[in-house]
Design a protein around this ligand. Structure first.
Ligand SMILES: O=C(O)CCC(=O)C(=O)O
Ligand SMILES: [Fe+2]
Length: 224
């Protein structure tokens, strides 16, 4: 099932699963442009954007660069040991603040927003053929929500359940500027990006492809 129909009204919240909230058109165009520019900066280093290698030999089709903590399957470290060894860039305060606003508005809960303290961001770039298989975000030692921001080409975002990587799931269309937050009973739900829709980005954004930023709380400290 596709959630929301052809032309969902910007800003209307919907909840494909308990604790999973989709806010279409959350980021206005100027904030989208600012984020695209920031992603370009982060992709330049100190750690390069790379196709993540999986332990069984696979290579992810998306390219990823991380802020705050570096994710490589299946843990977080401060240095990018599978991508040149550099120390990851800081997660900027303004991005954490955007995450707090996202949680507050998605859940209509200012206290939940104020309590949110993301310390890592994964920035994924999808070219026309890239996708992401069904997985859980479960390397974090915190059950705080994941905040997802989408830019550029729209995609199909498959949002499932916590038990299996199969049905029941809901296929949600994520477009540029959309916010998706998953926490509470949906925090560890399986999800995927089976495909993007190449060429659907607004040319004014200046991005060919899709960017997705997820903010997370790792629950980690440098003390280990
Ligand atoms: O690209 C997306 O919308 C989802 C990305 C994702 O699931 C992840 O980075 O773990
Ligand atoms: Fe994920």
């Amino acid at each position: 099932m596709v959630d929301g129909g052809l032309f969902p009204a910007p800003g209307r919240r919907r909840e494909p699963a308990p604790g999973a909230v989709h806010v279409p058109g959350w980021l206005p165009p100027d904030e989208q442009r600012r984020l695209v520019a920031a992603c370009r900066d982060w992709a330049r280093g100190p750690v390069p954007m790379r196709h993540t290698r999986l332990p069984r030999g696979g290579v992810m089709s998306v390219r990823t660069v991380c802020l705050g903590w570096h994710w490589a399957p299946y843990r977080y470290t401060r240095t990018a040991d599978d991508a040149g060894g550099g120390r990851v860039a800081e997660l900027p305060d303004w991005l954490a603040a955007l995450g707090r606003r996202a949680v507050a508005e998605a859940y209509d809960d200012p206290a939940a927003g104020a309590a949110y303290a993301p310390d890592t961001a994964l920035v994924n770039f999808y070219d026309a053929g890239a996708r992401m298989g069904m997985h859980q975000d479960k390397d974090e030692k915190s059950d705080a929500p994941v905040v997802s921001l989408s830019l550029g080409d729209s995609c199909v975002f498959r949002f499932g359940n916590t038990e299996t990587r199969t049905k029941p799931y809901t296929d949600v269309e994520l477009a540029s500027g959309d916010l998706f937050v998953f926490g509470g009973p949906s925090r560890f739900a399986y999800h995927a990006v089976p495909r993007t829709h190449p060429g659907t980005a607004d040319p004014a954004l200046g991005l060919a492809g899709r960017l997705n930023i997820t903010l997370r709380e790792t629950g980690l400290t440098d003390a280990g």
